[in-house]
Unconditional design. Sequence first.
Length: 333
Amino acid sequence: MRRVTLTQFLIEQQRAGRITADLRLLIEVVARAVKAISVNVSKGALAGILGEAGTDNVQGEAQKKLDVIANEILLQANEWGGHLAAMASEEVEEVHHIPFDYPKGGYLLLFDPLDGSSNIDVNVSVGTIFSVLRHDKEAGEATEQSFLQPGTSQAAAGYALYGPSTLLVLTVGSGVHGFTLDREMGSFVYTTPFMTVPEETQEYAINASNQRFWEPPVQRYVEELQQGKTGPRGKDFNMRWVASMVADVHRILTRGGIFMYPMDEKCRDKGGKLRLMYEANPMAMLIEQAGGAATTGRKRIMALQPERLHQRVPVILGSKQEVERVTAYHQEG
Ligand code: AHM
Ligand code: MG
């Protein structure tokens, strides 16, 4: 069988007119950074990089050493290529401008460098999530305002999953494609073309310890799932919660299901738990490209007009019929 690498895949996408040369370079550079993050993540205690960094990020959350390292790797890898106008990261409050001695490009890159970082110290899967937007160079230097584009404007989105193997899952707007890191060769190999979210599902993912804070539509939906065969759904459901969004979403892209971090009383004043621009939007693009759906319970995530770089939103995504059901319960209630 012909072995196709990420490099080859991207060249073919460019030839087919689906991506520009600059977007190809951008994704290549992100993939290179992901390899470096993967090396660090897998070293764990051997590299002395577990535990807290002793600092807080922009959201007031304690940073892990690996959060800081992954953020640095992504910023440094992407600064000098000439394909970016600016970057934004979960770990950095302000827009990260490209140093003046490097050329500027027509794209904006946003990322959560290490998602699920509470899992680092217990050796459970973590990931990197990224989103790519366009920037009109004629409009001058990129500012926070330049980033505030709805998810429907994304030119590309993807994630890396640092699990038993390291995966890169990507969309440039024509399906969702999965690559597996061949550690010996140092290259990503195209292993999963056109991933789709299976429609039939018997699995759901939600942090059930928040149940007392949920709104009535989510209470109703989960209660119906839990009633199993004898309830209104007429079948038994299983529950999974990795607490790494990347791992939970990857499972849904592989075997279906629904993921919820809904609005609840605990996170209401912040607007939700997950971040719109570098968690919800890229995952929503991937899920929609794979035939699924992604809403806040009330609105399609990708249609939201962002107001702030680090804005939070409720997230309900996965198999289309399930997401539509929860969304309908919100509309009824
Ligand atoms: P992080 O970006 O600080 O790691 O937080 C996001 C993570 C998601 O990966 C995951 O779905 C969620 O937080 C888990 O939250 P909880 O610990 O409340 O279950
Ligand atoms: Mg995160």
